[in-house]
Design a binder for this molecule. Structure first.
Ligand code: HEC
Length: 97
């Protein structure tokens, strides 16, 4: 699904994107930040939002990768993945620690 092209499992590889792990805890913290202006109120919603609308909140310092501070995440996952696939993905990501 290409996620691993940028995201790595904890402890490995390059820092081009945040590690896909400890999301459940991180997301709880992120959605309370003063500079978070997305719609999510739960960790699961935040992960949905991050996949379907990466620009809703660009995690610092990864905005530095682009001149306009947008996310380098592909913006077309909502077309490439169906609802079940996205649901499974979010469920899986929430189990990573
Ligand atoms: C082109 C590289 C790239 C690919 C491919 C990619 N991502 Fe990302 N992703 C990033 C970067 C960079 C960020 C941090 C900036 C941001 O918040 O958008 C990020 C952020 C995220 C976040 C939010 C992380 C946080 O703690 O705020 C989630 C969740 C996520 N990606 C999931 C995925 C999933 C699932 C896939 C595959 C379906 C994927 N990404 C594919 C680069 C990528």
């Amino acid at each position: 699904m290409q996620c691993a092209r940028c995201h790595i499992r904890p402890g490995r590889g390059r820092a081009i994107a945040p590690e896909l792990g400890h999301f459940a805890a991180d997301a709880q913290e992120i959605i309370r930040r003063p500079d978070y202006h997305g719609q999510a109120t739960t960790a699961a919603q935040y992960i949905y939002e991050s996949i379907l609308n990466p620009n809703a909140y660009v995690l610092p310092p990864f905005g530095d990768l682009t001149p306009d501070s947008s996310s380098i995440m592909p913006k077309d996952f909502s077309q490439r993945l169906n609802e079940t696939e996205i649901e499974n993905l979010v469920t899986y990501l929430l189990t990573l620690h």
